[in-house]
Design a protein around this ligand. Structure first.
Ligand code: DGT
Ligand code: CA
Ligand code: CA
Ligand code: ZN
Length: 578
């Protein structure tokens, strides 16, 4: 049960904070922080290095002392110096430290001077000015912390699904490594339904030895606080997010999963249906009310089938009309990640991406994509290092040269072109005409009123060279509200002009959102799921867009980049470029 690099890094990060609280030398603090960063970006697992008795000091940034600490945590699962410091801390410091914008010393002062131990209390102390009165705080800082607290990332608050998913996966991976007796382990709740924000993470598992699994769960190095620790269930805090874990025997897993996946509304409707059949549902099974006989379900599909329903994918369990449709056998086969054959929005180091063109193409090939569009920023996006006409010409030429050498992938020479405040495009029509693919996006003057913003986007759609509108509402989760564009009017214009609408997969964007995508689907507006990759790892965010599309009841036919290249190009051209 080896400890992962991410977990070791987390401990070093917290150690740095505790050392800072103690007022020890800043040199030490920085050394631990640096160690955490080094460890995070290490390509090999430290546990493996220790096992192979490799010299850790050979790693740049890891010296004698750090190496000894790593050795200790890998071999014993704990770091004594950290555990000692942690045990000596006043209550609440670690919890407060999880809140973004609060440094170690401030967290300590808030806990000791103000006696604040929970996030709720912290929120009050922020609001009534007690925190602002502390040294080095002030009103501006407290206001921004309060704002963060209210939108994201702390106990009792909701976090975007895109940020929650990696936390859940990290915990699942860590627990799996430590618990060979663990069989199934998967998220339920709002995370599984792919709600836009998640209040807490619900994990469901099966094991013959639940207590052992729950003990290991509470002991995970990622865990900053244990809230509940019982025989069947435990709750902990990881990175400020509450995680509940329930473990049952295998033959009950279907019922457990169904119950805790929700949504509440869906479950209420399901229960009403069951009552009409003389049945009652709970987390353990379905009971025949007249005889008292209970049936257990090891998987969800057999539970739905027992109620004469088609299986309902979690993303559709929203308490709308899904149960009626399942009774009629009308639940569609929803789009899946493997259906995506192309990615139509990617940046390189020519604008604000991290990786060179070659690396972006290579990663797309490795993902098995049949086509991609390279869409660097246009000239007006100066902060994003947008390309002027001259640089664009060279870039396009370079893309086409590379493309001609690669028989297994089509690389389209495109651009993400700014839609200017008046709705005109940032390159001339002549230049646009020479591109294979054009994403039109708003990146400036985002505060325009409804009429102006709507007119602006519609005008861009009316340009026959604009294939798709990128991140239509421009929201940044927790940071920026959507623009005032009238989405209904814009979608109608998309339909009329044959312009596609993007589902942007960047974790902080997720734009358009599920309800907009549902409307687009119902109207027949073509959609494209794009990652807007700024580095090659971003291609894997496609699953976030898939989650949105699935919540919008999308099948492959509703999303253009499920088409093979020829079909995709024909469809784009057929829609617009007559
Ligand atoms: P969240 O955590 O606020 O993002 O939303 P959920 O949906 O994950 O809600 P949560 O964590 O409170 O509970 C998970 C699911 O478990 C929920 O969707 C429905 C089910 N559930 C929880 N408590 C109850 C309950 O008291 N009655 C019923 N019928 N279902 C419940
Ligand atoms: Ca939940
Ligand atoms: Ca929960
Ligand atoms: Zn972009």
């Amino acid at each position: 049960m080896p400890i992962t690099n991410a977990e070791i890094a987390e401990v070093f990060d917290r150690l740095a904070a505790l050392v800072e609280i103690e007022g020890d030398s800043p040199f030490k603090v920085r050394a631990y922080q640096r160690a955490a960063r080094t460890i995070t970006s290490l390509p090999v697992e430290l546990s493996q290095m220790v096992q192979e008795t490799a010299d850790l000091r050979a790693v740049k940034g890891i010296g004698e002392q750090i190496a000894a600490k790593i050795h200790e945590i890998v071999t014993t699962g704990q770091m004594q110096s950290y555990e000692r410091k942690k045990a000596a801390l006043p209550e609440g410091v670690l919890t407060i430290l999880e809140v973004p914008g609060i440094g170690p010393k401030t967290a300590y002062r808030i806990a000791t001077d103000l006696g604040v131990t929970t996030v709720d209390e912290l929120e009050r102390a922020l609001a009534d000015g007690r925190v602002a009165a502390l040294p080095r705080m002030g009103e501006k800082a407290t206001e921004s912390i309060l704002q963060t607290l209210q939108t994201r990332g702390a106990k009792g608050k909701r976090l975007p699904v895109s940020l929650t998913l990696p936390i859940a996966e990290q915990v699942i991976a860590a627990l799996r490594e430590r618990c060979p007796s663990l069989k199934t382990l998967a998220p339920a709740g709002s995370l599984r339904r792919f709600e836009e924000t998640v209040g807490d993470i619900d994990l469901m598992g099966t094991s013959d030895d639940p207590e052992k699994v729950l003990d290991a769960f509470a002991d995970l190095p990622l865990v900053s606080e244990v809230l509940v620790h019982g025989p069947k269930k435990a709750s902990v805090l990881v990175k400020g997010m509450q995680i509940d874990l329930r473990i049952v025997p295998e033959d009950q897993f279907g019922s457990l999963m169904q119950y805790f996946t929700g949504s509440r509304e869906h479950n209420i409707q399901l229960r009403e249906l069951a009552v009409r059949k003389g049945l009652s549902i709970n987390e353990y099974g379905i009971t025949h009310v007249d005889t008292g006989e209970m049936v257990a379900f090891s998987d969800e599909a057999s539970l739905y089938s027992y109620l004469d329903l088609q299986y309902i994918p979690p993303e559709l369990r929203q308490g709308l009309d899904e149960i009626d449709l399942a009774r009629q056998g009308a639940i569609p086969h929803l789009i899946e990640e493997a259906d995506l054959l192309g990615d139509l929005h990617a940046h390189t180091d020519q604008s604000d991406g991290r990786d060179p063109l070659e690396a972006m193409i290579q990663a797309a090939r490795e993902r098995g994509l049949q086509y991609i569009a390279i869409t660097d920023h246009s000239r007006s996006s100066t902060i994003a290092n947008g390309l002027n006409e001259d640089r664009l010409r060279h870039h396009v030429q370079h893309i086409r040269e590379l493309d001609s050498l690669l028989p297994d992938i089509k690389v389209l020479a495109g651009s993400e072109v700014d839609i200017r405040a008046d709705g005109t495009m940032d390159y001339s029509d002549e230049i646009l005409a020479d591109l294979d693919f054009v994403v039109g996006s708003v990146h400036s003057a985002m505060e325009q009123d409804k009429a102006a913003m709507t007119r602006r986007v519609v005008r861009a759609m009316e340009n026959p060279r604009v294939d798709v509108i990128g991140h239509l509402t421009c929201r940044l989760l927790g940071h920026r509200h959507p623009t005032n564009a009238d989405v209904e009017v814009v979608l109608q214009a998309a339909l009329r002009t044959g312009t596609a609408v993007e589902i942007n997969c960047l974790p902080h964007r997720l734009d358009i959102k599920d309800t907009h995508a549902r409307r687009a689907r119902d109207l027949g507006v073509p959609m494209i799921i794009s990652t807007d990759s700024h580095k090659f790892e971003d291609y894997s965010q496609a699953r976030l867009g898939i989650g949105i599309a699935r919540r919008a009841w999308c099948e492959p036919k509703h999303v253009l980049n499920t088409l093979p290249l020829e079909g995709f190009l024909a469809s784009i051209k057929g829609h617009k470029r007559r």
